[in-house]
Design a protein around this ligand. Structure first.
Ligand code: ATP
Ligand code: MG
Length: 558
């Protein structure tokens, strides 16, 4: 079949590669993918894209997907990261087939290194890193060969074993593949396979003194697991030649050879996608931790209140591209609102309260009003909200004198109290500094929402939220802004990316007042504070602290 005939416009190019392989006779029961994080930090939304892609292909082709920890650098890796990675993948709703560790393959990798040495394709080099880099030179000019390159197989075997058994110190020597110092691809100029490290590994403990490099471990791990298609980000395109060379030069015994292909990294505006840099923010105390709600980590997004479905929808909309670009953070916000609108319980919360007194409401009376939990879905049912003569409303929802565009409460103007009555501003009382202390208004007793009376159907220009001054709960709310001041802090090559942090990315309202139903909020649910935005109970503070996930609207269209 002609490729263009089978091309569906919704299909991404990686799906097409797989379909092509199947069309050319590849056995579909041999399909297997993997997601290969290095456990040196928490996952970020860039990883979510890779997760959606690999597990998405798994679903599409009914093929297994391995979770493989690329744990080849014990200096930076630990078990906390492993656990967080597993938790994040599960939270996104994916299940892996095998849980694998590159460190489980250290013996096999060692045997293959011996095989390379024996076939005169690897040697131990005693030069330092700086000299080795210098000799590599530049792509247009062949590099310089190491003086250790032509040592005998036996000498190399002996030295490599000494490396393994700790007879040398870190930095004394490395094992290099003997490929081509003249290759225009710098990665083919005798790359390093092993370096010596006196660091205990979180799994193999003190067993190894030598650790494989990424290049040496990755393709071989794919091969051991018989991964059919190994998808990675574009920066590895230049490593592909080496990936293939290694697989050709180990003794592979008629097994499936994995195919590496590359896709564009996800970049998101006003934030960074690098575990190393995110870790620096954590270590220097500039954020509260990996799960700080301003962080682009999956744990940060979760704590902020972004539901997993919003992240999946976002990754779907971003798609799989061959070229890098920066995705507008507003797209993530859009996907978040779209999901939260459907699943959030509504509550009323006043952030900056001012007292409102209904002069013609009986002092001794109080009522229980019914309000919908979620107007998008009646299955969510109703809640009871108490109402009395004394209420609290948002200070910014009142103006003594309003212009024509102000549709909230003003003297002489009418407004509806959400789920309750129509009121009219009558007079105010100020303190000696001139601040409004109390607002007096009258109400129309026949205008009760939902009562069906003609007055209840009367349209007024605005609706405002409120809480009963005799029955409310104090809560604290954190409002977040962008973590960075500039759109692409990742492109800021200087290591001082921290100087670009937005110093005003967190604002706390300590004394917000929520309707009494706030006592019943559950950690697993999502909430909309009406007219204010979407909020989530904070996972670290049981003491009624909420995080604002996102505002209610934004004018950006997608
Ligand atoms: P970081 O620089 O943040 O540590 P990494 O590429 O070193 O990222 P890994 O743990 O090696 O992180 O990544 C696991 C997988 O996720 C790899 O296949 C990698 O290509 C992919 N990945 C990492 N960052 C992104 C991103 N921003 N967009 C898409 N995929 C990504
Ligand atoms: Mg990496």
């Amino acid at each position: 079949m002609n490729n263009s005939d089978s091309t569906n416009s919704n299909e991404n190019f990686l799906e097409q590669i797989i379909k092509n392989d199947l069309d050319n006779g590849f056995d579909n029961t041999k399909l297997r993918f993997r997601f290969p994080p290095e456990p040196n930090g928490y996952l970020h939304i860039g990883h979510a894209k890779s997760i959606c892609l690999n597990f998405g292909l798994g679903k599409l082709f009914s093929a297994p997907v391995n979770l493989r920890f690329d744990d080849t650098n014990p200096e930076k890796e630990n078990i906390e990261y492993i656990n967080s990675i597993k938790e994040d993948i599960k939270w996104l709703g994916f299940n892996w087939d095998l849980e694998c560790y590159a460190s489980d393959y250290f013996d096999k990798l060692y045997d293959w290194a011996i095989h390379l040495i024996k076939t005169d394709k690897a040697y131990v080099d005693f030069q330092d890193q700086e000299t080795i880099s210098k000799q590599r030179g530049i792509p247009t000019v062949p590099g310089e060969k190491s003086p250790y390159r032509e040592r005998s197989v036996n000498e190399n075997l002996d030295n490599f074993q000494k490396m393994k058994f700790g007879k040398y110190n870190p930095g004394d020597c490395v094992l290099r593949a003997k490929i081509d110092m003249g290759s225009p691809n710098m990665h083919m100029r005798d790359p390093v396979l092993y370096r010596i490290m006196n660091t205990s590994h979180h799994r193999t403990k003190g067993e190894w003194k030598i650790y494989p490099t990424y290049d040496w471990a990755h393709g071989q791990s794919d091969f051991i697991e018989q991964v059919s298609h190994s998808f990675c980000t574009l920066e590895f395109e230049v490593h592909r030649e080496l990936y293939d060379w290694f697989l050709e030069n180990i003794d592979q015994k008629n097994k499936l050879i994995p195919k590496q292909r590359e896709f564009a990294r996800l970049n998101l505006s006003y934030t960074i996608m690098s575990k190393r840099k995110l870790g620096e923010l954590v270590d220097s105390g500039l954020v509260e931790g990996w799960d700080d709600p301003r962080m682009p980590t999956i744990s940060g997004l979760r704590r902020r209140g972004i539901p997993p479905q919003a992240i999946l929808n976002f990754c779907e909309k971003v798609g799989v591209a061959k070229r890098e670009n920066i995705i507008d953070y507003a797209l993530l916000d859009f996907c978040t609102r779209e999901v939260l609108n459907k699943i959030s319980y509504r509550l009323m919360v006043v952030f900056d309260p001012v007292e409102l007194i209904i002069t013609n409401y009986d002092e001794n009376k109080s009522e229980v009003l019914l309000a919908e939990n979620n107007p998008e879905d009646e299955k969510y049912g109703n809640r009871e909200v108490s109402f009395s003569k004394n209420l609290l409303i948002e200070r910014e929802d009142f103006k003594e004198e309003a212009n024509r565009k102000f549709f909230r409460l003003a003297l002489g103007k009418e407004v509806r109290l959400k789920n309750a009555y129509i009121i009219k501003g009558e007079s105010i009382e100020k303190d000696n500094k001139g601040n409004i202390k109390k607002i007096f208004c009258s109400y129309d007793p026949k205008s009760k929402s939902g009562s069906g009376s003609p007055e209840s159907l009367r349209k007024v220009k605005g609706t405002i939220h409120w809480v009963d001054k005799n029955n409310y709960e104090k809560i604290s709310i954190d409002i977040y802004d962008r973590l960075f001041k500039i759109e692409s802090p990742d492109e800021n090559k200087s290591d001082d990316f921290k100087a670009q942090l937005n110093k005003n990315s967190l604002k706390t309202f300590e004394n917000a007042c929520g309707e009494s139903n706030i006592n019943n909020v559950e950690f697993d649910n999502y909430y909309q504070f009406q007219r204010k935005g979407y909020f989530k109970l904070d996972s670290r503070n049981s003491n009624k602290k909420f995080n604002r996930t996102v505002t209610l609207r934004d004018n950006t269209k997608f």
